[in-house]
Design a protein around this ligand. Structure first.
Ligand code: MRU
Length: 367
C-alpha cells in the first residue's frame, strides 16, 4: 500500500545491504522509520517488541528469521525454530510458517539451506500478498451487497459504516491486510465508506496504525474509544463489523485482539453482521474449542500503566497514566465463539464459521 504516495511492503530483503528491512511499527503514526534485521536476535526482537506485528506478518518475519540465522552460520534448524516460536504464543501463522520452512529445508543439504531459506521467505511473502488481495476481492462482494441493500432500505444513505478493531490492515500482513483489504478494494470501486476505528487499548493499534493506514489511502474514518461500539450499534451507526484473526479453530471460533468478543456480542444483540477476514494459514485445524485451547498472550504491565504519544515539544514520549503499584493484567487476545460470527472471508471465498465449511479449506493450506 502507500506511504506518502510511495508503494511499500511491510518487509523485504535488501540485496544491496544483504539484510531484511521492516517498517518499525512502534514509531507510527508519528515517525515513519525502517529498520534493518541482520541476525536471528534482530528478528526475534522485532517480533517480541512488536516492531512488526499482526498474525501473517509475524509468520513471514519468522521465515526471514530462519534465513538470517542460517546466513549467520547457525545449523541447528530445530533450535532456530524453537527460539522463533517462543516470541509470541497466539498467532498460529508463526508455527505454520516455521513448520513449512523446516519441512523444506530439512530435505536439503546443509550448504544449500541459507539460500533456499531466503528464497522461501520471499515466496511466503509473495503468497501472503496474493492471499490478502484475494481476501479483498471476496470481501468486496460483501461490501457491494451491503451498500446496495442499505441504499434500497434508505435511499438517502450517504455512507456505509464499518467498524473494525485493532489493526488487520497492510501493516499486519505483507501488503493489503486482511480485514482492511476489502475496504481498500471497495474504496477503489467507489463505495462511500466510513470506518469506525476502535482505538484498541493498550497498544492502540487502531488509533496509531489503522487510522494512519486509512488516512494514507484517503478513506473516511473516525477513531472511537473501545467501549463506544455498542452504543453506535444501538443507534444504527454500524452497518457491519469486519475484523481479523490470529487463530481460528476448525470449528470457527475466532481469536483476535482483546475486545473483539465484546464487539461481536454487541453486534449479535443489534443484528449487525460480524465478519472475520483471514488467510487459511490462520486456521488451526488441530483445535476444536477456542476458549479452552488457544493460548492467550499476556504482555507487560507497562503497556497498560503507560502510554506513548507526542509531548508538547513534538517528542515521542511515554507517560504513566495510572497510579503506581496497582496490579495490572494485560491479556492480548480473546476468543469470539463461532456462533457470533456471520461468515469468514478467506482467500478461497466466503465460508461459514462451522466445522463443515472449514473442513473444505483444510486441503488448501499451503504446506
Ligand atoms: O498484537 P497484535 O498487534 O499482533 O495483534 C494483531 C491482531 O489482533 C490482528 O487483528 C490480527 O493479527 C489479524 S491481522 C491480519
Amino acid at each position: 500500500m502507500h506511504v506518502n504516495a510511495r508503494h511499500y511492503r511491510t518487509i523485504w530483503f535488501d540485496p544491496l545491504q544483504q539484510c531484511v528491512m521492516i517498517i518499525d511499527q512502534t514509531r507510527l503514526p508519528h515517525h515513519f522509520e525502517t529498520r534493518a534485521l541482520r541476525t536471528l536476535v534482530d528478528a526475534c526482537h522485532a517480533i517480541e517488541s512488536m516492531q512488526i506485528r499482526g498474525a501473517p506478518l509475524i509468520g513471514v518475519t519468522a521465515a526471514y528469521g530462519v534465513a538470517l540465522a542460517l546466513r549467520e552460520g547457525a545449523v541447528d534448524l530445530e533450535a532456530i525454530c524453537t527460539r522463533l516460536l517462543a516470541t509470541r504464543p497466539t498467532a498460529v501463522n508463526l508455527r505454520w510458517a516455521l513448520e513449512r520452512v523446516k519441512n523444506v529445508l530439512q530435505a536439503l543439504p546443509v550448504p544449500q539451506r541459507p539460500a533456499a531459506a531466503l528464497l522461501l521467505a520471499g515466496q511466503l511473502a509473495d503468497e501472503d500478498v496474493a492471499a490478502c488481495s484475494a481476501i479483498g476481492d471476496h470481501g468486496l462482494t460483501l461490501l457491494q451487497a451491503a451498500w446496495a441493500e442499505k441504499c434500497r432500505r434508505q435511499p438517502d444513505a450517504t455512507r456505509l459504516n464499518v467498524l473494525t478493531h485493532c489493526n488487520a490492515g497492510w501493516l499486519a500482513t505483507v501488503d493489503w491486510g486482511t480485514a482492511l483489504a476489502p475496504l481498500y478494494k471497495a474504496h477503489a470501486h467507489g463505495i462511500p465508506l466510513h470506518v469506525w476505528v476502535d482505538e484498541t487499548r493498550p497498544r492502540n493499534q487502531g488509533a496509531f496504525l489503522t487510522a494512519w493506514e486509512l488516512q494514507q489511502e484517503g478513506i473516511a474514518h473516525t477513531v472511537i474509544v473501545d467501549n463506544a461500539g455498542g452504543h453506535l450499534m444501538q443507534h444504527g451507526e454500524v452497518d457491519l463489523c469486519l475484523v481479523g484473526s490470529d487463530r481460528t479453530t476448525a470449528t470457527g471460533d475466532v481469536c483476535n485482539k482483546i475486545g473483539t468478543y465484546l464487539k461481536a456480542l454487541a453486534a449479535h444483540d443489534n443484528a449487525v453482521p460480524f465478519y472475520v477476514a483471514l488467510p487459511v494459514s490462520t486456521i488451526d485445524f488441530s483445535l476444536q474449542d477456542g476458549v479452552r485451547e488457544i493460548p492467550i498472550e499476556q504482555r507487560h504491565a507497562h503497556e497498560v500503566s503507560h502510554m506513548q504519544g507526542l509531548d508538547a515539544d513534538g517528542v515521542l514520549s511515554r507517560v504513566q497514566v495510572m497510579a503506581s503499584h496497582s496490579a495490572v493484567n494485560n491479556y492480548g487476545f480473546d476468543v469470539t465463539p463461532a456462533r457470533l460470527v456471520t461468515a469468514l472471508i478467506t482467500e478461497h471465498g466466503i465460508v461459514g464459521a462451522d466445522p463443515g465449511s472449514l473442513q473444505g479449506l483444510r486441503e488448501r493450506l499451503p504446506r
